[in-house]
Design a protein around this ligand. Structure first.
Ligand SMILES: [Zn+2]
Length: 312
């Protein structure tokens, strides 16, 4: 009998210990949800080993047309901080916050960035089929100076959600902000190596407005600032004529959009395909754009290679 009681006691104690250690490991890291892969990378850089990041729209995913899953709702409900891009990028987020019963603070990473206007023209032609308006361009991360604003906002939101980690978040952010500063200079240097009259290219959707404005290169796209609406035949025809008239050297595939449209434009215009660039999502970790900095470096090397070379 005593043996049995001791055994039961030991079992109970073991169970308690197991529960305690589970609770401790869950409390160890701050659960943070990031709406898409680029934000997830920023949160990891600033949060370091204090945070456990769940990214909703993963590698190569298109956040414009995403449908949340039950697992997403569960992650939202358990989060202590939710980080979103804002500027109407994640049109599905408001409903997900409500339906998941999430209680976490929501940090909008673009707070403080002056938004560029979206291309209403693209939308008008589609008659606003989905009831979304894209009067604002959400792709602010495509300017490395804006990425610094994202990171500062994430640093402040993490420190608020987890005051004990404030010093760690500040140190991580300072280190990473310096890397973004270097990146910004590298992008400028790469663009400067492209002859001025060749700084123009085609992409499938209008994701590079902030890049264009910051770095002085022209990108033209048949699709608007969202991928929700398809490009019209009229838009495609106009772009093919523009490529020929302005001798635009290259067209680029994007990781989040179907390559067919750009391939068709290349075929009909004679422009060369300059490779795949990453607009709205990272690649998986093994790919060429597993982090934001790797993504921007990959994009700029593809752009430089395609545009700096001789006539197409
Ligand atoms: Zn986009």
């Amino acid at each position: 009998m005593p043996n049995r009681r001791a055994l039961l006691g030991a079992l109970a104690a073991g169970l308690l210990l197991a529960q305690a250690s589970l609770a401790a490991s869950a409390q160890d890291k701050l659960p943070v949800v990031a709406s898409f892969s680029i934000l997830g990378d920023f949160v990891r850089e600033v949060g370091g080993d204090r945070v456990a990041v769940t990214t909703l729209v993963g590698a190569n995913g298109d956040a414009h047309v995403y449908s949340p899953t039950p697992a997403d709702a569960k992650a939202m409900a358990g989060a202590r901080l939710i980080v979103v891009n804002g500027l109407k990028f994640e049109g599905w987020m408001t409903r997900l916050i409500k339906s998941s019963g999430a209680k976490a603070a929501v940090a909008t990473a673009t707070t403080g960035i002056s938004p560029l206007k979206g291309d209403d023209d693209h939308d008008a032609k589609k008659g606003h089929a989905h009831g979304h308006d894209h009067d604002v361009d959400p792709h602010a991360w495509q300017n490395a100076a804006n990425a610094k604003v994202y990171v500062a906002n994430i640093r402040d939101a993490l420190a608020k959600a987890d005051p004990a980690g404030k010093d760690a978040y500040e140190a991580n952010a300072t280190r990473y902000l310096a890397q973004l500063e270097t990146l910004d200079g590298e992008i400028r240097a790469a663009i400067a190596r492209i002859p001025a009259d060749r700084r123009k290219a085609i992409t499938s959707h209008d994701a590079f407005g902030y890049f264009v404005k910051a770095y002085g290169i022209q990108f033209i796209a048949p699709q608007g600032v969202s991928t929700e609406a398809e490009a019209s035949a009229k838009d495609v025809g106009r772009i093919i004529r523009q490529i020929k008239a302005e001798k635009i050297p290259a067209v680029f595939l994007e990781n989040v959009t179907n390559p067919r449209l750009v391939e068709q434009i290349a075929r009909e215009s004679g422009a060369r395909i300059g490779g795949r660039i990453y607009s709205d999502a990272l690649s998986d970790a093994a790919g060429p754009a597993g982090t934001y900095i790797a993504m921007m470096k990959h994009n700029i090397s593809q752009i430089e290679k395609a545009l700096a070379a001789g006539p197409a």
